[in-house]
Design a protein around this ligand. Structure first.
Ligand code: DAH
Length: 346
């Protein structure tokens, strides 16, 4: 019975203490509350002095409860003290003080590169387009002359979506290159064509120089009497505009399914400018592929290869960026890991 009375008393003390602590507005007031409850003659201390009067059965429970109340009050005081110390002293508003500068952020390095590349091609009359990243196999491979057994069509290279394959268009894939926009652009039927397709591409790869998602920019020019000289002129112009006047390009024979003839495009190394150093292959760095559009590709886009010719090129945005002077990225995956300390540098 006595135990019950003590329990009620302790609860009353606890509730009273907590509400006073919450309302306290200064450390001084908080200290007074502490003394009122936990000091030598404090309410909790007094209640605890009653413990010896209890029967041996009543003691353990009453002891546990009084210790609990003591701890609750101590914790509440600590919390409140912390809150009070964080409160800034109220200050008069000084309207002449300089304002707090908000952090404005900056465009992602790849967005900056895409914008720069777009601006370079604009004066030549290239129109920027984007085509689906979730694409039919037909646009990405079949219409571009890829045989069924080509390694790029293997599911070690390309991401395939299992659902809803189409009898004519084949399976759905994540487009592995921006060349998938070539036939889509030709099918629009607007001659001459001057397309710049910049988009995300996907391949099953991940290491310091490859990410599963990356960006390419694809140029396609189709019209009357378009020749390799037009291609070479265009890529020289790009190389000088993007990398600087000191750098030059060369083309060497290569093989792609959708161009004939096909070329690999190299740019002089930014460090040795073509002389040869340990960073490059005898003075040159590989930029990407190019070539004259294959007649089968033109036909698949509804264009008569007897009347029209064209050239195409497809290069990686991340790749050209890393070939630029002054950009040093040890691990390409950093670009997409959302580490602000890394991204803010650019
Ligand atoms: N699509 C090719 C790739 O991802 C690059 C390419 C090569 C694009 C030659 C072209 C081209 O337009 O003509 O490897």
């Amino acid at each position: 019975m006595y135990n019950k009375i003590m329990e009620e008393e302790l609860l009353r003390i606890k509730n009273n203490a907590v509400s006073l602590i919450l309302d306290a507005t200064s450390p001084k007031e908080l200290e007074e509350i502490r003394l009122q409850f936990l000091g030598k003659n404090g309410e909790v201390t007094q209640a605890m002095k009653e413990l010896p009067k209890l029967t041996p059965e009543e003691k353990p429970e009453a002891g546990r409860l009084s210790n609990e109340v003591k701890t609750i009050i101590e914790d509440a005081i600590k919390q409140k003290a912390l809150g009070l110390s964080h409160k800034k002293p109220s200050k008069r508003l000084d309207i002449t003080e300089p304002g707090i500068k908000p952090h404005l952020g900056n465009l992602h390095l790849i967005t900056q590169a895409i914008r720069e590349i777009t601006e370079i091609f604009k004066p030549l009359g290239f129109t920027k387009v984007r085509y689906p990243e979730i694409e039919w196999d037909w646009y990405a491979f079949e219409s571009l002359n890829f045989p069924e057994s080509h390694p790029a069509r293997d599911d070690w290279e390309t991401f395939f979506i299992k659902e809803r394959p189409d009898p004519k268009m084949g399976p759905i894939i994540l487009t592995p290159h921006t060349s998938s926009g070539q036939v889509r652009e030709l099918q629009k039927g607007n001659m001459p064509v001057k397309m710049l397709n910049i988009a995300k591409c996907y391949r099953r790869q991940s290491d310091v120089s490859h990410t599963p998602m990356f960006h390419q920019f694809e140029g396609l020019v189709v019209g009357k009497n378009i020749s390799v000289a037009d291609l070479k002129g265009t890529l020289d112009y790009f190389v000088k505009s993007y990398f600087g006047e000191k750098r030059t390009s060369r083309i060497r024979p290569y093989h792609f399914q959708f161009t004939e003839p096909s070329f690999e495009v190299d740019v002089t190394c930014g460090v040795c400018l073509g002389k040869g150093c340990k960073l490059c292959k005898a003075g040159w760095l590989e930029m990407g592929g190019a070539g004259m559009v294959h007649p089968n590709v033109l036909k698949n886009g509804g264009v008569d290869p007897e009347k029209y010719t064209g050239f195409a090129f497809g290069w990686g945005v991340e790749r050209v960026l890393m070939m630029k002077e002054g950009i040093e990225i040890d691990d390409l995956r950093l670009l997409y890991s959302n580490d602000l300390d890394f991204l803010k540098q650019f």
